[in-house]
Design a protein around this ligand. Sequence first.
Ligand SMILES: [Zn+2]
Ligand SMILES: [Zn+2]
Length: 261
Amino acid sequence: MPALLRQLSSLGGCTSPIRLDGHRTEHHLNQDTGEIGRVLGHLESAELPAGHLLVRCNNRRVTRCAACAEIYRRDTFHLITAGLRGGKGTPETVTAHPRVFATFTAPSFGPVHNRITGPAGTVRRCRCGVRHDQEDDALGTPLAPDRYDYESAVLWNAHAGLLWRRFSIYLRREVAKRAGLTQRAFRDYARLSFAKVAEYQKRGAVHFHAVIRIDGPGGGDSPPPAWATVDLLADAYRGGYAQGAGCRAGHRRAGPHLRLR
Ligand SMILES: [Zn+2]
Ligand SMILES: [Zn+2]
């Protein structure tokens, strides 16, 4: 069945494609008159080798679809590295622009089963006493479900996007303030650029990785003003973070933890 293989190979290894039923007819369109003309092609999903039109599931979770999750991971990597080093439409001169790489992690909603690896790759015991396998379904689930703060976990995911937006607004203000500029004047001198990706942690909480960069007024192509330094950005970041999300400064490794309450 080479036709079926051809259809499946277009899915790039997706293991749970979405099956679509329907039809599509393409007509010639006269660009000058807008007149719809003769039929150019017709697609009937039931007549396809698999009996459906199949599209990639595009799931970001490895447990759902390893192939699609891997594509997402690579795209994420390229997006973030382009924000740091240039490439993919971002000029390489951005390497000279002040920038920070930040991770925004949700606070704890209660202890969960985890798999901590030591320096030599040795797996330490979880608090439950088990050395969990990488594929263990228990990973990320609460140790004490009756005491886990599910409500906050749900609220966190529901509001993560809003928290990020607030943070970015406050960060702009903080940077402008440190440069001695009003928000309006700031636009004539610099622009804050963000490359952000959201991921699910094992415990199901959304977290963000972001590259935050100070560019010139024209974006990545224009040099940032002389006052724009990493120190200023990092300081503004802490200020914007504290105001925007009403939270505490976090430890260095995981970056600040946006707090919900
Ligand atoms: Zn997939
Ligand atoms: Zn455990």
